[in-house]
Ligand binder design. Sequence first.
Ligand SMILES: NC(=O)C1=CN([C@@H]2O[C@H](COP(=O)(O)OP(=O)(O)OC[C@H]3O[C@@H](n4cnc5c(N)ncnc54)[C@H](OP(=O)(O)O)[C@@H]3O)[C@@H](O)[C@H]2O)C=CC1
Ligand SMILES: CC(=O)N[C@@H](CCC(=O)OP(=O)(O)O)C(=O)O
Length: 352
Amino acid sequence: MRISAAVSGASGYAGGEVLRLLASHPDVTIGAITAHSNAGTRLGELQPHLHSLADRVLVETTVENLAGHDVVFLALPHGKSAAVAAQLPADTLVIDAGADHRLQDAAEWEKFYGSPHAGTWPYGLPELPGARARLQGAKRIAVPGCYPTSSLLALLPGFSAGALLPDDVVIVAASGTSGAGKAAKINLIGSEVMGSMSPYGVGGGHRHTPEIQQGLSEASGLDVKVSFTPTLAPMSRGILTTATAKVAPGFAAQFGGGQDLAAALRRIWVDSYADEPFIKVLPEGRWPSTKSVQASNYAALQIAYDPNVNRVVACCAIDNLTKGTAGGAVQSMNIALGLAETSGLSFQGVAP
Ligand SMILES: NC(=O)C1=CN([C@@H]2O[C@H](COP(=O)(O)OP(=O)(O)OC[C@H]3O[C@@H](n4cnc5c(N)ncnc54)[C@H](OP(=O)(O)O)[C@@H]3O)[C@@H](O)[C@H]2O)C=CC1
Ligand SMILES: CC(=O)N[C@@H](CCC(=O)OP(=O)(O)O)C(=O)O
């Protein structure tokens, strides 16, 4: 029997990408598609790339319109999903692309989002150690933010293996503009973005800092602190994250530094991800690019050991809308419902 899925926020970037994936999912029938200011509009007017759904009409995001489906995807602005989700039946699988239920620490939520914490749901990053067991049969799933997805995938193997120190982690990530959503903002218009890159949220102010720290702390059992700097890049989609951390002396001592340590570190990443369907540690010497993963659910990774500063440097490229949002959401749905984990998800990118 096919699974019925409703998609809210279907006029936006994240909701549009969920629809693009579900339209090719062999087990899913798309039910209600909902929006806010664009309710009443044909989808083809707003998402012209979704050809097979062009004549579907967006309806209001109400509990009545979303109820009665097996799965509801919420792709709404922060702070808007908790109230909707709370009114949906407990046996409906609700998958939230927004941040409302990602953080475990209510104080961190209040500090970075400035509103009361709505509670914590199982975190939809299957590659996080232990996550699949929590996602199987889950009825509520919080999809990670796009920067946390790429940052966690870059560093999880080293932290899970106890190879990295928790107090000197530096992450700089470049994102395409679709990461900021579809609403018009001056800093996102072409003349501001084209031919230019700029940092924002510098100095620990970005709300993804606690989310990244949460995932790395969970994997390592340590209190991991991260300096995270996002930058806006002149591309429509994609994230390239460069993450560095110091190698733990106890780990380094086992290998005596130099080439043996570099090889041991690389082996940790290669072995950790050997059975992951969507994580590709590239052959040595090749480095990830955003283009290579565009529209695919892949995360492409490479690592190096820099002996000059005793640091691991891990680079991870994802498509912020696919593995970074909708792909992660569909992968988590597949696990929750006992479907093949890769169902409806693309291994191929688009080029050039
Ligand atoms: N873009 C990305 O790369 C990622 C996004 N996310 C998360 O996904 C969610 C959606 O983001 P994104 O698609 O980028 O944003 P968009 O701005 O592109 O889309 C927002 C959607 O929410 C609807 N909406 C706006 N205001 C309200 C409201 N008050 N009540 C109900 N619906 C409303 C809009 O409807 P309408 O157009 O009709 O007004 C639109 O469908 C966010 O929580 C975001 O953090 C997560 C990871 C990555
Ligand atoms: C380029 C850009 O603006 N990106 C967004 C992150 C989008 C995302 O993944 O995260 P959430 O789901 O947590 O919103 C930002 O920095 O706020």
